[in-house]
Structures are given as structure tokens and as C-alpha cells.
Design a protein around this ligand. Structure first.
Ligand code: NCD
Length: 311
């Protein structure tokens, strides 16, 4: 598969080979970066970051990744300072930005916004989250982190906990895990279950999927517990949010029956779903995920720009 010019919109657009290829390129870049301090594959190239929604890690790790590749960055972190405020359409914004940059990273509250941007743009577009739909680059860094930690993904029992209805990270991750031989526990309040079409699709692909509300009973089974924040901003009404607010909290007492090797993951930001006392335990893997964001996004930028010959 030729990666130059390719868009990264949904995990569904990728094969298992594509995913494994990105992870292997990220690993080589991580090693090379550690050796040399900085790289220059993307010298002269410009990344445009268009963030219509708040972000800390995704935007800054994309920017860091581009700088570490020797390229430069333009962009905005809030639409309120742009002509969108004056009523400019997304299509016109994209048609403008592609004159200034060689690759676009976009985060937008609307499902399908990244796909629309990719249809309009000649340059590659990377989806940094579209509404509650997809967050494919987070998924790639999640898989990278699991693989680097366990040495494999096959054979693991993985629990996804929290807001499985509105959480885009878990939608992408569940779909990607279908490439592997894993057993999946979907743990959520009734109101926040994983959309049925995703669960059906996972089962059709041969995955063993359990749906449950019982965190404590499930913990002893797990190798990985992937925790998510309740996505307050996606609830159509505050009353619904209040019903599920604080449904789960992972703390040292919740983890007392866990395997010693259990790893707790979280895309961050966390609100109250993982107590900070877990941070110093051997279970915490969420800051390692933050670290993985840079090599994985370096790989995606380098591949879509077509500048990584020889890596
Ligand atoms: C996530 C997101 O934006 O979907 N954050 C991230 O990119 N690491 C998770 C969240 O906001 O809960």
C-alpha cells in the first residue's frame, strides 16, 4: 500500500497489515530519535493543525512529532479566533488551509467532519477525533503501547470501561482489536453501552465479547483495563449525564483482585474515573500512552507526507 497522500480518517479504512506497518515504523523512528535527538525527514514540510475542539495531548503531540521530524507547524486551537466565527464553511476553511500546509490534522465536534475535509482537500488529512465517532491515531498509539508493554496483542483479555456510547477512543480501539485474537469485556452503565452495530461487527469478526456493568467481578480476568471519561459534552441533556456521572472509579481497592501484571490505560484527560493513587502502582500505563503519541504520530505524518524512504 502506498502511504503517500493517504488520509487517516477511520480505523475501518485500514487492514491489519496497515496497522502493523505503522507500529513498526513508529518503533524504528522512536529508536532513531533516541539515538540522534532530532530527525530531518520532514524538513521544508508544514503541518496545519485545525482544532475545533479542546485538546492537550493530541494537538501538542502532533506538533511535537512534526518538529521532531524537522518540519514546521501552523494552526489554531480554537475556531473562535478564525473566520469560522464569521460563518465560513468547513469546506472553504480546508480549501484555504491546504494552500498553506502539506498535511492537515483536524479535530471537530461533528461526526464525519474529517471525512468531509479529506474529500475536499488534495493534501492528506488526519482525523484527530470527529464527534463521538472515531479517533484512529489514539488507537494506533494505544496498540503501540500495548505491544511495547506485553510484546504482543494476541492472547490478551482486554476490558473497555466507562462511556462506551459516546467515547470515540473506544469505538476506534474496539474495531482495531478485531484484527487480533483477544477477548473483550465491555464494562459500562446500561445507558452508556457500546453501540450495537459495533458489538455485532466485533462478534461477526469472531471476537469473544462480553457486555457487563460489573467492574469488580471482571477485573480478575483482565490483562488490560482501558478506562474512559464520561463524555459530558456529548450528552443531549444534563439530566442524562447526572444519572451516570461518577459511575465507576478505579482506585487501589478496586484493583485488589487484579492480576499483578494488569495494566490500566486511559486516553486522558481523566476526571474522577482513576484515582491518582493508582499512578504510582505498577498498573498505571496512561503516561506511557502519552509518550507513545509522538513516535506514532511521527510515523503517520512521515508516511502520509511520503518522506520516510529508507526508514
Ligand atoms: C480523548 C478524546 O479527545 O476523544 N482524548 C484524547 O485525545 N486523548 C478522550 C476524551 O476526551 O475523553
Amino acid at each position: 500500500m502506498d502511504w503517500k497522500g493517504r488520509d487517516v480518517i477511520s480505523i475501518r479504512d485500514f487492514s491489519k497489515e496497515d496497522v502493523e506497518f505503522v507500529l513498526s515504523v513508529a518503533e524504528r523512528l522512536e529508536e532513531e530519535l533516541a539515538k540522534k535527538g532530532s530527525l530531518d525527514y520532514a524538513r521544508g514540510k508544514i503541518l496545519a493543525t485545525l482544532f475545533f475542539e479542546p485538546s492537550t495531548r493530541t494537538r501538542l503531540s502532533f506538533e511535537s512529532a512534526m518538529h521532531r521530524l524537522g518540519g514546521s507547524v501552523i494552526g489554531f486551537s480554537s475556531a473562535s479566533s478564525t473566520s469560522v466565527k464569521k460563518g465560513e464553511s468547513l469546506a472553504d476553511t480546508i480549501k484555504t488551509v491546504e494552500q498553506y500546509g502539506d498535511v492537515i490534522v483536524i479535530r471537530h465536534p461533528m461526526e464525519g467532519a474529517a471525512r468531509l475535509a479529506a474529500e475536499v482537500a488534495e493534501v492528506p488529512v488526519i482525523n484527530a477525533g470527529d464527534g463521538s465517532n472515531q479517533h484512529p491515531t489514539q488507537t494506533l498509539l494505544d496498540l503501540y503501547t500495548i505491544k511495547r508493554t506485553f510484546g504482543r496483542i494476541d492472547g490478551l483479555t482486554i476490558g473497555l470501561l466507562g462511556d462506551l456510547k459516546y467515547g470515540r477512543t473506544v469505538h476506534s480501539l474496539a474495531e482495531a482489536l478485531a484484527f487480533y485474537d483477544v477477548e473483550l469485556y465491555l464494562i459500562s452503565p446500561e445507558l452508556l453501552r457500546m453501540p450495537k452495530h459495533i458489538v455485532d461487527d466485533l462478534r461477526e469478526k469472531g471476537l469473544t465479547v462480553h457486555e457487563t456493568t460489573d467492574l469488580e467481578g471482571t477485573i480478575p480476568e483482565l490483562d488490560v483495563l482501558y478506562v474512559t471519561r464520561i463524555q459530558r459534552e456529548r450528552f443531549p441533556d444534563e439530566e442524562e449525564y447526572l444519572k451516570v456521572k461518577g459511575s465507576y472509579q478505579v482506585n487501589l481497592s478496586t484493583l485488589k483482585n487484579a492480576k499483578e501484571s494488569l495494566k490500566v490505560m486511559h486516553p486522558l484527560p481523566r476526571v474522577d474515573e482513576i484515582h491518582p493513587e493508582v499512578d504510582k502502582s505498577g498498573h498505571a500505563l496512561y503516561f506511557r500512552q502519552v509518550f507513545s503519541g509522538v513516535p506514532v504520530r511521527m510515523a503517520l505524518l512521515g508516511l502520509t507526507l511520503g518522506v520516510l524512504e529508507g526508514v
